[in-house]
Design a protein around this ligand. Structure first.
Ligand code: PTJ
Length: 248
């Protein structure tokens, strides 16, 4: 039991969810390591949504609203942390949701699909085949879902699939706390924020953005600048931490 008044309550609840889901096999053992890496970067960021992340979140919403075939790809960590937030984003954008796993087993696909459906998400369940140019099982996807997407959100992604999706001409949006990762660098747009902070901001923007605002965000979208700004914000946060340390 984590006491609600613990100063790092939200982070500890997320860790607990990942640990519980790993015991059930929803989260891959490797996903526990990924989560720890994310926690470390979140400390450096200051555990808050930065200015550049909020702009990226609004831009993601704009891209979703303009998309003809928006898709959200879900893995074990995303399902464990944010099934209900994916449901809200799906409702706001009409995006298709497909489960696509790095550490793929039919049992994990079945369990994660059920977890999502129990939270009210409509999941694409068509037949999968090797449609992506990758040698591992992430190549397996549905023709109607991921293969046909024009805009695809891939939270907590691995670099190879991100690169492959971009090469296929898709607009790839990722959520990744590590602005130095291969995924972050390869994506069309990287949101450097924690998954459960980022998703409600995208949903909220999808509900409120005006047409002209959406157009302006899309024309200003520049992933290199987004990542540079995220790194600068980390450096500012670290510099503030040093100043605070010196004062105390
Ligand atoms: O469920 P599966 O089998 O599809 O496997 C999923 C994992 C996450 C194991 C797989 O995609 C993987 O190995 O990912 P990586 O290469 O570890 O990348 C995950 C990225 O997400 C890392 O850069 C982390 O810093 C980042 N990350 C972890 N937790 C969060 C996060 N970013 C945002 N919010 C988080 N909660």
């Amino acid at each position: 039991m984590i006491p609600k008044d613990h100063p790092r309550y939200a982070s500890l609840v997320r860790r607990e969810k990942i640990a519980e889901a790993a015991k059930k096999g929803t989260v891959a053992m490797e996903g526990v390591g990924s989560h720890g890496r994310g926690e470390a970067f979140d400390y450096l960021i200051g555990e808050k949504t930065t200015k550049s992340a909020l702009t990226a979140e609004k831009t993601a919403a704009a891209l979703f609203l303009k998309a003809e075939r928006p898709v959200i790809s879900v893995n074990g960590n995303t399902a464990a942390l944010a099934a209900d937030l994916i449901r809200d984003l799906q409702k706001a954008t009409n995006a298709a949701v497909e489960v696509n796993l790095f550490h793929r087993t039919e049992e994990r696909i079945k369990n994660i699909t059920k977890l999502m459906e129990d939270s009210g998400v409509v999941v694409v369940k068509d037949e999968v085949s090797r449609l992506l140019p990758l040698s591992h099982d992430r190549a397996l996807c549905t023709r109607e879902g991921i293969y046909s997407a024009d805009v695809i959100l891939v939270p907590l992604e691995d670099g190879d699939r991100c690169e492959a999706l971009v090469k296929m001409g898709k607009t790839v949006i990722t959520i990744d706390l590590n602005p130095l990762s291969r995924t972050a660098k390869n994506a069309s747009l990287t949101i450097v924020d924690e998954l459960t902070r980022a998703l409600p901001n995208i949903t909220n923007a999808a509900k409120t953005l005006r047409e002209d605002e959406a157009k302006e965000l899309i024309s200003g979208c520049n992933n290199k600048k987004t990542l540079d700004d995220a790194i600068k914000e980390i450096m500012e946060n670290l510099s503030d931490a040093v100043d605070r340390e010196i004062q105390t």
